[in-house]
Write a protein that binds this ligand. Structure first.
Ligand code: EPZ
Length: 422
């Protein structure tokens, strides 16, 4: 198991290239199931989660190869084993995004229920509601979702909203299944995340007929077949936001490349309010901070609201603000595993139901801390960059799930991070 040793405080400066989006790559890799033949997905980051889905696609019968650099070649000519086994699915909840494509391609699927994780329950009831609306017959057996479409998939008007608003991978599953359904499907309360928009554009390049892309209402005219994809993934807005916070928390100046500010308006708005300067550039922005950090009130929401995937990182930043801030988590109410660990570093955070009250402190102090989930771990790295002393972060495999070579990228900006196997 690896640990990080991080010396602080440091001030970051320089340029960093944002990798391709994990959360766009995963559903787009699953979309390759829809079309016999070889799909090419470009800009796919080298991440543990990508490796898990690669393993899963192989188990289904596809052949996945890494081309040069960040290219993935997925040959889905043969999909003869539509089963997502528990020992793979349990490693990554996003594996559920194979369900819709398998039903559309094979007419049946057996996929393990994802189960919960550190950020909370990961129910899939809305996924199943949407697929049943398209004509799938689904029951649960021994922890598996058993789905069949004895009469094929038929287009339908479907409301896909839930108690926490839209569902990102639920939208992906229904969208992918609807591309090959007979007739027209309308998805009302579809997720509008840029990763879903990227998936929809990729599907249309494969021959799908999707309208309303980027809006909460997607209209899909089913087609008989799709052709393999050739698609370049968008930049990862969560990695970009994480590096923006890294520049801000160290009072540095960092240029981000391959970063689409248009996908991050809620984040840029909050950073500006906190006193961080964001200068747009041709393919990204320059982030700097030289004054005090102003407190903020943040509530996470579905896109275009403030993303839950940057909640922990902003909590680390606001721990050093001049005054009290509040962060309210409306998507995953239990997504606060980082609170206790940040408090070990002398932050003053107090959980009140779905909110955390943040009393700003003058400085954070290095400490041994435990990574718990992907974005909480990123928050600990950010806090360690600003903290006085050497912080040790245990279980950094959580970080490797979603950040490509994070210590290499940060060290190139002036961080002092060493990875050690223990
Ligand atoms: C995607 O997860 C992302 N993962 C998550 O990023 C992200 O936090 C989340 O969307 C919200 O933006 C990928 O794209 C691979 P949801 P997803 O379905 O699709 C509830 C990261 O750090 N819900 O949009 O699984 C659910 O419990 C990861 O990169 C139901 O109630 O999330 C949650 O409260 C973590 N029933 C809310 O909806 C359902 O059937 C939003 O979840 C589905 C979801």
């Amino acid at each position: 198991m690896d640990i990080f040793r991080i010396e602080g405080p440091v001030r970051l400066a320089g340029k960093v290239a944002v990798s391709g989006s994990k959360n766009a790559a995963l559903p787009i890799m699953a979309a390759a199931i829809l079309a016999p033949g070889e799909s090419i997905v470009r800009g796919v980051p080298q991440l543990a989660d990508i490796a898990v889905l690669t393993q899963l696609l192989g188990a289904l019968g596809a052949k996945v190869q890494r081309g040069e650099g960040s290219e993935l070649r997925i040959d889905a000519s043969v999909i003869d084993n539509p089963i997502g086994p528990y020992d793979i699915v349990r490693k990554m909840r996003a594996s559920i995004c194979i369900l819709g494509p398998l039903l559309a391609r094979c007419g049946s699927a057996k996929v393990s229920m994802p189960g919960g994780c550190a950020i909370g329950d990961r129910p899939v009831d809305i996924h199943l509601r949407g697929l049943r609306a398209l004509g799938a017959e689904i029951h649960l057996e021994n922890g598996y979702i058993i789905a069949e479409t004895p009469h094929g998939l038929k287009g339908k008007d479907i409301f896909l909203g839930g108690p926490f608003g839209s569902t990102v991978l639920g939208t992906a599953n229904i969208l992918m299944a609807a591309t090959l359904a007979k007739g027209t499907t309308t998805i009302e309360s579809a997720a509008c995340e840029p990763e879903i928009t990227d998936l929809a554009y990729c599907l249309n390049k494969m021959g799908a007929k999707i309208r309303g892309i980027g809006s909460p209402r997607l209209v899909i005219d089913g087609v008989d077949r799709l052709k393999p994809a050739d698609h370049t993934i968008i930049g990862d807005r969560v990695e970009a936001g994480t590096f923006m916070v890294a520049a801000a928390i160290t009072a540095g100046r960092v240029e981000l490349k391959n970063c689409r500010l248009g996908d991050m308006m809620a984040v840029v708005d909050k950073l500006a309010g906190i006193g961080v300067c964001i200068e747009p550039t041709a393919d990204g922005c320059i982030v700097s901070r030289d004054g005090p950090l102003t407190p903020a009130d943040i509530t996470t929401q579905p896109y275009p609201g403030f993303p839950t995937d940057l909640q922990a990182q902003f909590m680390a930043l606001l721990a050093l603000a001049d005054g009290n801030s509040v962060i309210t988590e409306k998507i995953f109410p239990d997504r606060f595993m980082h609170v206790a660990e940040l408090n070990r570093m002398a932050a003053r955070l107090r959980k009140e139901g779905p909110s955390v009250i943040i009393a700003g402190v003058k400085k954070l102090i290095a400490a041994p801390v435990m990574a718990s989930d992907l974005r909480a771990s990123a928050a600990l790295v950010l806090a360690a960059l600003a903290a006085r002393g050497t912080t040790v972060i245990n279980r950094v495999y959580h970080i490797d799930r979603g950040y490509e070579h994070i210590e290499k990228k940060l060290n190139a900006l002036g961080a002092k991070i060493t990875r050690k196997s223990v």
